[in-house]
Design a protein around this ligand. Structure first.
Ligand SMILES: C[C@H](O)[C@H](O)[C@H]1CNc2nc(N)[nH]c(=O)c2N1
Ligand SMILES: N[C@@H](Cc1ccccc1)C(=O)O
Ligand SMILES: [Fe+2]
Length: 249
């Protein structure tokens, strides 16, 4: 796919202000709430409040650490493209930033979500192995609607809105980028309102989700090593879903 470019010199003073505000606010909220692996990744990547990340620099670090890189895209791309990129160890990221008026919550991913939310965990080998294999499976099944919905749920309840138990305290910590990029959901996700249940792949595949509100259910991993081994069972269910869709035609 002909990748977009990040026009670094076109960022405005408002863009820089938005990045700084969101960054500083999350750096207040995340310590003690974000998974240690996220905080470690953030430190290794070296993002700061006073500089909008330059994909060229970020990619040099990512390639060295895990072989992954960011590819600039205009916005949501279709599943076949999305999974194809993950299968090539390329993560699609927007280059535009939300407006000051949208600071608290955005229904679609902007660069703060894609880069601040997703990039730090792209330094974690175990997480990257899962994402890469999910991309490979997605390219095999994305054309089938039933299978695509199951894949979207798995992606949603892990990469976007996943929680993980802190090894020491046993408390839930955040690793899902959709939470990490949203100040409101950061606090809400660990608070009393939502349901937090142990990660169970059958449950995840059976749980529908809404994109326009804070989640009402989160799934909590014990460790990132739990993710990759679930994929053979996912593939079996995707094949059944595909057969069902075919027979429905
Ligand atoms: C996996 C699932 O299809 C999910 O909605 C994908 C679709 N396309 C995407 N496209 C972009 N750019 N970013 C994303 O996070 C997604 N998510
Ligand atoms: N809700 C996230 C953006 C997002 C939208 C859709 C999916 C995932 C993330 C934010 O406010 O930053
Ligand atoms: Fe995302």
């Amino acid at each position: 796919m002909n990748a977009l470019q990040q026009h670094y010199d076109q960022y405005t003073a408002e863009d820089r202000h938005v990045w700084q505000l969101l960054f500083e606010r999350q750096l207040q909220a995340l310590p003690g709430r974000a998974a240690p692996e996220f905080m470690e990744g953030l430190a290794r990547i070296g993002f700061t409040a006073d500089r909008i990340p330059d994909f060229r620099q970020t990619n040099q670090v990512l390639r060295r650490l895990t072989g992954w890189e960011l590819v600039a895209v205009p916005g949501i791309v279709d599943d076949a493209v999305f999974f194809g990129l993950l299968a090539a160890r390329k993560f699609p990221a927007t280059t535009w930033l939300r407006k000051l008026s949208e600071l608290d919550y955005l229904e679609e991913p902007d660069m703060f979500h894609d880069v601040f939310g997703h990039v730090p965990l792209l330094t974690n080998l175990s997480f990257c192995r899962f994402l890469h294999q999910l991309g490979h499976i997605g390219t095999l099944h994305a054309s089938d609607a039933g299978a695509a919905e199951l894949l979207a749920r798995l992606y949603w309840f892990t990469v976007e809105f996943g929680l993980i138990r802190d090894a020491g305290s046993g408390a839930a910590r955040i690793y899902g980028a959709g939470i990490l990029s949203s100040a409101g959901e950061t606090r809400y996700s660990l608070g009393p309102e939502p349901t937090r249940q142990p990660f169970d792949i059958a449950q995840v595949l059976d749980t529908a989700f809404r994109k326009d509100v804070f989640q009402t259910t989160y799934f909590v991993l014990d460790s990132f090593e739990q993710l990759l081994p679930t994929l053979p069972a996912v593939q079996r269910q995707l094949r059944q879903a595909a057969c069902l869709t075919e027979s429905a035609d």
